[in-house]
Write a protein that binds this ligand. Structure first.
Ligand code: CAA
Length: 258
């Protein structure tokens, strides 16, 4: 039974709520291990089409737990960063899309968690930043790698080197978040997107995520070859026949995800 991470499955949507409000949802070892276990559970549930991660209370996640980190030595620091990055890889490598609903502070490890998601929707109250250098450490949960890949190295360097905290509009301007909403609409908008995603053909959805994520690690030619293979594989599915027949019949498709 998880203490700080709650999982709810609502139709085909898995909602992961981080709840350690007394520390603004800061990530301690226990919470991080729970998050990994929750994603293991979600991965076994084939009915899930999309995941939403949200923070309870006024923060998304205010970073790694500073009190826990204070006493760590070099080896322990390295293990903490490695183990958490493995959990975040579990999230980014999960076969279905993951949406971060960023309702408040997403700082340090909290921003790194949002960066491990496929899509970020933010409330107008959200704040983003990497305060690590002000604490005498580098980002340690893959932020130095994920941020420049998303917003470019120059903007990433400015954010990480300065520890500046930016608001939701600035995060939108630099491409860190996909959309910004009034706080009260944020979760409903995430649900709307998750519903739309989970109603699509699920095999094609998995192939599309693989094509984008694995393709970005390859040359353009190799990425196109990967797309070509996955595109061809779609034609071996019942979903492709159903999706196209439904279009020609002018009716909604009923995918069996086969
Ligand atoms: N770790 C541990 N505790 C934290 C925390 C964190 N990252 N962030 C907040 N808290 C705790 C505070 O200590 C406080 O606890 P007490 O009530 O027991 O004093 C409680 O949460 C509420 O926080 P504040 O009173 O500070 O709330 P605020 O509204 O005045 O300020 C804030 C909010 C600006 C987010 C401020 O809490 C803050 O600066 N937090 C730290 C943010 C940070 O530096 N994050 C990066 C951590 S390093 C990291 O993440 C490394 C990595 O990449 C792996």
């Amino acid at each position: 039974m998880e203490k700080h991470v709650k999982l709810e499955i609502l139709d085909k949507i898995a909602i992961v709520a981080i709840d350690r409000q007394e520390a603004l949802n800061a990530l301690n070892t226990e919470l991080i291990m729970e998050l990994g276990a929750v994603f293991d559970e979600i991965s076994k549930n084939d009915s899930v089409g999309c995941v939403i991660i949200k923070g309870e209370g006024k923060a998304f996640v205010a970073g790694a737990d500073i009190a826990e980190m204070l006493v760590k030595n070099q080896e322990e620091g390295e293990i903490f960063g490695r183990d958490t990055s493995q959990v975040f890889l579990k999230i980014s490598n999960y076969k279905k899309p993951v949406i971060a609903a960023v309702n408040g502070y997403a700082l340090g490890g909290g921003l790194e968690l949002a960066l491990a998601c496929d899509i970020r929707y933010a409330s107008k109250k959200a704040k983003f930043g990497f305060p690590e250098l002000g604490l005498g450490i580098t980002p340690g949960f893959s932020g130095t790698q994920r941020l420049p890949r998303l917003v470019g190295s120059s903007i990433a360097k400015e954010m990480i080197f300065s520890s500046a905290i930016i608001d939701a509009d600035e995060a939108y301007r630099i491409g860190l978040v996909n959309k910004v909403f009034d706080g009260e609409n944020l979760f409903d908008e995430c649900l709307k997107l998750a519903k739309k995603i989970s109603e699509n053909g699920q095999i094609a959805l998995e192939y599309a995520k693989t094509a984008i994520d694995d393709g970005l690690k390859k040359s353009l030619e190799e990425g196109i070859a990967l797309e070509n293979k996955l595109f061809g594989m779609c034609f071996a599915t019942e979903d492709q026949k159903e999706g196209m027949q439904a279009f020609l019949d002018k009716r909604p498709a009923v995918f069996k995800n086969k």
